[in-house]
Design a protein around this ligand. Sequence first.
Ligand SMILES: Nc1nc2c(ncn2[C@@H]2O[C@H](COP(=O)(O)OP(=O)(O)OP(=O)(O)O)[C@@H](O)[C@H]2O)c(=O)[nH]1
Ligand SMILES: [Mg+2]
Length: 305
Amino acid sequence: MGLFSRKKKLDEGLAKTRKGFFAGILDMLNAGEIDDHMYEDLEEQLILADTGADEAVRLVEELRSRVRKDHIKTASDALAALKDIITGELVADAPMDMSGKPAVILMIGVNGVGKTTSIAKLAKLYKDQGKRVMLAAGDTFRAAAAEQLCIWADRVDVPVVRHSEGADPAAVVFDAVQSAAARGYDIVICDTAGRLHNKQNLMNELGKISRSVHKACETASVETLLVLDAITGQNAINQASQFISAAGATGIVLTKLDGTAKGGAVISVKQKLGLPVRFVGVGEGVDDLMEFSPHDFADALFAEN
Ligand SMILES: Nc1nc2c(ncn2[C@@H]2O[C@H](COP(=O)(O)OP(=O)(O)OP(=O)(O)O)[C@@H](O)[C@H]2O)c(=O)[nH]1
Ligand SMILES: [Mg+2]
């Protein structure tokens, strides 16, 4: 998929969020005066769009100081400044570490958020870039989880390493990484269970999976992406911190942006969780995952339609 169609998909995926709240902000800033009333309205709209109250206050404060500093006179220039501030909030400090041979990506997150689907999409995305991708069916807990991954893998045409149900997921990942290294694969993407008998088990298991990567291959790099469902917005973000510290997550995948008018949640992820958003899901199809671009995201939020 070319750059243009990716941007179009992002625009479509963000339609609900844009029409729900950001169109209001756009209208307000395009028409109005810069005054206290505008700032108050803006803060309210941002909160409604699920940026979280702290973040809304911060954004508005930042805008106030920009307006003063840059002698901004018109509300439309204020809009450009707001877009710029939002973009700045979202920029990652560093790119993902894909330096390993193979580069391993662990997908973690509670059940139903979209881990397995995102793995298939991610495999397609990297495959389209010419990478050799292998999957690991590390969700051995739920019946039919490996089956579901295999169906996706068939569609995307990438190999899967799987063991039987109930097997040790760390062993599955170990085998996949070792096999990928031996066969010259570039990337291994690992599915994990979203639910175990209790939370402590889940966290212990994720730690064990992560350690098995380096045991299998010293030259592997690991990124652990926490998958969050945008429909649950700020709730998902508030519940994420425990997961992050226990599992050592390094980035976020935000799915189902197409299904919510509250895509503003994206804006607070980095601030609240200290982790960059790496990918966003904007639909159920295999091409509906975008590498996250802060600039394109801000553009899509405030697009004129
Ligand atoms: N609209 C929309 N639906 C999505 C997106 N990503 C995933 N889904 C849907 O969310 C549902 C759950 O996705 P899965 O990939 O099975 O989620 P999971 O995290 O692997 O779930 P468990 O294996 O049960 O833990 C499926 O119906 C997906 O089609 C998205 O970006 N947009
Ligand atoms: Mg799954």
